[in-house]
Design a protein around this ligand. Structure first.
Ligand code: UDX
Ligand code: ADP
Length: 453
């Protein structure tokens, strides 16, 4: 029988585990929270003044909780912490498999499995094991089997408690979540975890479900969000040829309370570490359970995303080739207010342009250029350079390509820019954020996603 949770261990001090446990410690001063990671450098960074994750508000929370009831420790000390823990969160990466069965689609659970082995080896007494990372449905079966190999005196309950935070707003999302989801088979274990969240989340926002529903709900939630972006992007293509305006259409569609206004901004495509991975995971599950029509339905969300990037990039290539073949790329992050470029549309679009033989000048105030250049075609080395400002990137180019909706690009003075670009340069706004009339008045030809030219 589980008892009240007073000692928490979280395995994985990454983007999800770190901020989540910081908020737990902040909101539950009566609970000791210990974060364990096998990456010693990452633990050292969490214990320093330069945290490995940037999120608005995070540093302040870590500052007031670290050493009080929030602790970051390495794997070696983790054994003792796991032995004392009432609850152990698994918050490690579940990337898409690169080899073996399901390669390119299924989630790689090897990190999760190694956590389960660690817990089986070290936990004592009754321990609640909580899936925090996004898992394929029925992953808890695998975890339970591994836990069963532990010493016979230990009892486990496995819960699914997926995290819904988005990058850039992680602390706000954790402090005021739309909902907290807890799925499990033991009512007592579910209640024990709900009591932790109830320190700051209204009980009405804590949804409890069966284990499999919770696992699937996280994949479904991300698939629905990705599908909304692909839906509005599909509409953007038809707007461009019919002279409808995608922002106007989105406003009308979103004003229906059954649809809602959020997540309807047409774009060059979605990126980030979750959407593609999770939709692929869902596609793989559908295929695994012999549901090819459901698999094809969700795969189309991904195909639409690829097509959106490609079709817009073709336009840029065409324009640049009619000029001097040089393009300013504004924005490399997968969305604004983050330096994260995992699965960013900038990766595929830049490589497509490099493959077409164009020269690129890349600018993003937050993305670390040396890291970004590692995802560009090695054969294109020498065909791209880093610019230190948007204006520097646009010097002498025949096309400007906006890929991230950073605020600084919304207020570019196009009249001034017209003096430094090639004459007859084209602007391609992959986020529909610029003042099209002002850019046209400055002499540019302008393409803005979802708007006729
Ligand atoms: C997402 C989910 O929102 C979050 O709940 C989940 O836990 C993790 O995955 P994140 O990847 O951080 O979060 O970013 P999100 O804000 O969802 O944006 C994802 C991508 O969609 C970005 O590339 C963004 O630019 C794009 N997007 C989003 C659009 O193109 N249009 C929109 O209207 C909204
Ligand atoms: P997420 O975005 O899901 O948080 P990250 O890649 O940012 O993913 O973080 C996952 C963290 O989990 C990494 O810091 C990694 O070192 C850690 N990790 C993975 N497997 C284990 C393990 N078996 N034991 C301890 N830490 C692990």
């Amino acid at each position: 029988m589980p008892h009240p949770i007073k000692k928490i261990v979280c395995i994985g001090a990454g983007y999800v585990g770190g901020p989540t446990m910081a908020v737990f410690a902040d909101r539950c001063p009566d609970i000791q929270v210990t974060v364990v990671d096998m990456n010693a450098a990452r633990i050292a960074a969490w214990n320093s003044n330069s945290l490995p994750v940037y999120e608005p508000g995070l540093a302040e929370i870590v500052q007031r909780t670290r050493g009080r009831n929030l602790h970051f420790i390495g794997q070696a000390e983790g054994a003792k912490a796991a032995a004392e823990a009432d609850a152990v969160f698994i918050s490690v990466n579940t990337p898409t498999k690169t080899h073996g069965e399901g390669a390119g689609r299924a989630s790689d659970l090897s990190y999760v499995e190694s956590c389960a082995r660690f817990i089986a080896q070290h936990a004592q007494g009754h321990t609640i094991v909580i899936e925090k990372s996004t898992m394929p449905v029925r992953a808890a079966d695998t975890i339970k089997k591994i836990l069963a190999t532990g010493n016979s005196g230990t009892k486990f309950d496995v819960l699914s408690n997926p995290e819904f935070l988005a990058e850039g707003t992680a602390i706000r999302d954790l402090e005021k979540p739309d909902r907290v989801l807890i799925g499990g088979e033991s009512t007592e274990a579910v209640r024990a975890l709900a009591d932790v969240y109830a320190h700051w989340v209204p009980r009405a926002a804590i949804i409890t479900t069966g284990l499999w529903s919770a696992e699937l709900s996280k994949l479904a939630a991300n698939a629905f969000l990705a599908q909304r972006v692909s839906s509005i992007n599909a509409i953007s293509s038809i707007c461009e040829v019919t002279e409808a305006d995608v922002d106007e259409v989105a406003q009308v569609v979103g004003a229906d309370s059954r649809v809602g206004p959020k997540f309807l901004k047409a774009s060059i495509g979605f990126g980030g570490s979750c959407f593609k991975k999770d939709v692929y995971s869902l596609v793989y599950l559908c295929e695994h359970y012999r549901l090819p029509e459901a698999a094809a339905y969700w795969e189309q969300v991904l195909k639409m995303n690829e097509w959106q990037k490609q079709r817009i990039t073709y336009k840029v290539i065409e324009q640049a080739k009619s000029g001097n073949g040089t393009v300013a790329v504004l924005g490399l992050a997968f969305k604004k207010n983050t330096n994260d470029f995992r699965e960013s549309p900038a990766i595929d679009t830049c490589n497509q342009m490099l493959q077409a033989g164009l020269k690129l000048k890349l600018y993003d105030a937050k993305v670390y250029f040396a890291e970004f250049s590692k995802v560009l075609l090695p054969s294109a080395n020498g065909s791209y350079t880093q610019a230190m400002s948007a204006v520097e990137a646009m010097q002498g180019v025949s096309a400007v390509f906006i890929l991230t909706e950073w605020d600084e690009f919304k207020t570019i003075d196009w009249k001034a820019v017209a003096k430094v670009t090639q004459p007859k340069a084209g602007i391609f706004d992959g986020r529909a954020i610029i003042d099209v009339a002002a850019a046209k008045a400055a002499g540019f030809s302008v393409y803005s996603v979802g708007k006729a030219r």
